[in-house]
Design a binder for this molecule. Structure first.
Ligand SMILES: NC(=O)c1ccc[n+]([C@@H]2O[C@H](COP(=O)([O-])OP(=O)(O)OC[C@H]3O[C@@H](n4cnc5c(N)ncnc54)[C@H](O)[C@@H]3O)[C@@H](O)[C@H]2O)c1
Length: 249
């Protein structure tokens, strides 16, 4: 099936990684609809709150009404905040789960019947994180949701495989976006922080949104047709190098 026949819905596509994914899918030739709390002029855009089931259902209906089909779903919208597990406020924990984990489940649920209608097969790509398997300080809620996204990815691949729907995830490492700005900005010298972060990466730099988008486009398209249930790490090699004591590294 050619890219020009495909219709994609990208959540959280108004900025950063989601915007790069929307750009990448559009450059490949797909029709792209961005669903975000904030509208964007860069692509066809609709207002979507992924944590609200009525909003998710309406977004899927709008895409299918307008374009007659839905082939690709990218569950990218997500939030991050720092809070120790010892201080967790129930409301902030629930909000993190609602956006980062329940959101992808809701969109998968409401998109499935439409994705299944496609002869070429539907593709769902979830945006997880390297923190789905490890964790920075005060990231209990974030890490829990990203572990959940990785599990949801495998479960979706199993449940929807018979409907000719694939589901994979990407697990980005450090991508320089507003999401992690509070970490970086906790130090007065931003450039120094980015330089020090770069040293943690065998590739010698932190990631850019397009580094993630290129892999998502591959997973969304037919070239990855026999790949499903996988979580692909995109981290410049950071997590394959175990830390050494500072005096040796
Ligand atoms: N930046 C990183 O280092 C990094 C690393 C690993 C994973 N990720 C994941 O990548 C995804 C995108 O992160 P980013 O860095 O581009 O973040 P970002 O904060 O720059 O952008 C997030 C986008 O999601 C939208 N959004 C937030 N809540 C929403 C909701 N309820 N409904 C719809 N849209 C909503 C925002 O409006 C925004 O456009 C997230 O799932 C994040 O967890 C990011």
């Amino acid at each position: 099936m050619s890219w020009s026949e495909k219709v994609a819905l990208v959540t959280g596509g108004a900025q950063s990684i989601g915007a790069a994914i929307a750009d990448g899918l559009a450059a490949a030739g797909a029709t792209v609809v961005v669903g975000d709390l904030n509208p964007t002029d860069a692509h066809e855009s609709l207002t979507l709150d992924v944590s609200d089931e009525a909003s998710v259902e309406a977004a899927v209906a709008q895409v299918v009404d307008t374009h007659g089909r839905l082939d690709i779903v990218v569950n990218n919208a997500g939030i991050m905040f720092e809070e120790s597990v010892a201080d967790h406020d129930r409301a902030t924990w629930d909000r993190m789960l609602a956006i980062n984990l329940t959101g992808p489940m809701l969109l998968t649920k409401h998109a499935a019947a439409h994705l299944a209608k496609n002869n070429g097969g539907g593709s769902i790509v979830n945006v997880g994180s390297i923190e789905g398997d490890r964790c920075n300080p005060h990231h209990a809620a974030y890490a829990a949701t990203k572990s959940g996204v990785h599990g949801l990815t495998r479960a979706t691949a199993i449940d929807l495989g018979p409907m000719n729907i694939r589901c994979n995830a990407v697990a980005p490492g450090w991508i320089d976006t507003p999401l992690n700005a509070s970490y970086v900005d906790s130090h007065p010298d931003r450039e120094l922080v980015i330089d020090e972060l770069a040293k943690l990466h065998p590739i010698g730099r932190v990631g850019a949104p397009s580094d993630v988008a290129d892999v998502v486009v591959w997973l969304a398209g037919d070239e990855s047709r026999f790949v499903t249930g996988q979580v692909i790490t995109i981290d410049g090699g950071r997590t394959v190098r175990p830390p050494l004591p500072g005096i040796l590294s």
